[in-house]
Design a protein. Structure first.
Length: 164
C-alpha cells in the first residue's frame, strides 16, 4: 500500500497580526519555498486568499507555526494562533499541524542579510521565509518519521516490560 505522504501538498503559514507568510512544497515533500505574503484585513479575506492557494496547489494539510514563549509555554500569541487555526481548518476543510516557530523570524532575517537585503525594508519576505522554515521543519520531521518508524507498544505491553 503506498504511503499517503509519498506525494504531499502542504502550505506552511507564519501567522502574525499584520501579515501571513505562506510557503509551499514540491510534490515530493522535500523542499519548502516561500510563495506569498498576505496582508491581513479580515478573516474572510484571509480565507479567500488561502482558499485560492489551496485549490491551485491541491493542498492536503496546513502547517502553522505556533509561537511558544522562549520558555516553551503557550502564551497569549500562541493561543491567538490556535484559535485562528481552528477557524481556518473548519473554513478550508483541511487538517492543521503545528510546528514550534520560535526564532524562525530571526533565521529569516539572517537569510535576508546573507542575500544583502535589508530586513526592515523587506518585512513581507521575512514572513514568507519564516513560513518556509516552518514548513521545512515539518517536512524534515515527516521524512524522519517515515525513515525511522517507532513500534507501537500497547499500555499492557509497556507495563509488562516495566515489571521485567
Amino acid at each position: 500500500m503506498p504511503n499517503p505522504f509519498d506525494r504531499i501538498s502542504a502550505l506552511g503559514l507564519d501567522v502574525g497580526r499584520k501579515r501571513i507568510g505562506v510557503a509551499g512544497c514540491d510534490g515530493t515533500g522535500l523542499i519548502a519555498t516561500g510563495l506569498t505574503t498576505i496582508e491581513r484585513r479580515s478573516f474572510v479575506a484571509d480565507v479567500a486568499h488561502l482558499q485560492q492557494l489551496v485549490k491551485e496547489r491541491n493542498v492536503q494539510v496546513l502547517v502553522i507555526g505556533l509561537p511558544y514563549t522562549m520558555s516553551g509555554e503557550v502564551g497569549f500569541q500562541a493561543k491567538q494562533v490556535q484559535r485562528f487555526a481552528a477557524r481556518l481548518s473548519q473554513a478550508l476543510g483541511l487538517p492543521v499541524e503545528f510546528v514550534d516557530e520560535r526564532l524562525t523570524s530571526v533565521q529569516a532575517e539572517q537569510l535576508l542579510l546573507a542575500e544583502r537585503r535589508s530586513p526592515s525594508r523587506h518585512r513581507e519576505l521575512i514572513d514568507r521565509k519564516a513560513a518556509a522554515i516552518i514548513l521545512q521543519r515539518w517536512l524534515d520531521d515527516q521524512r524522519y518519521q517515515r525513515q525511522n518508524p517507532q513500534p507501537i507498544v500497547s499500555d499492557e505491553a509497556a507495563a509488562r516490560k516495566d515489571t521485567e
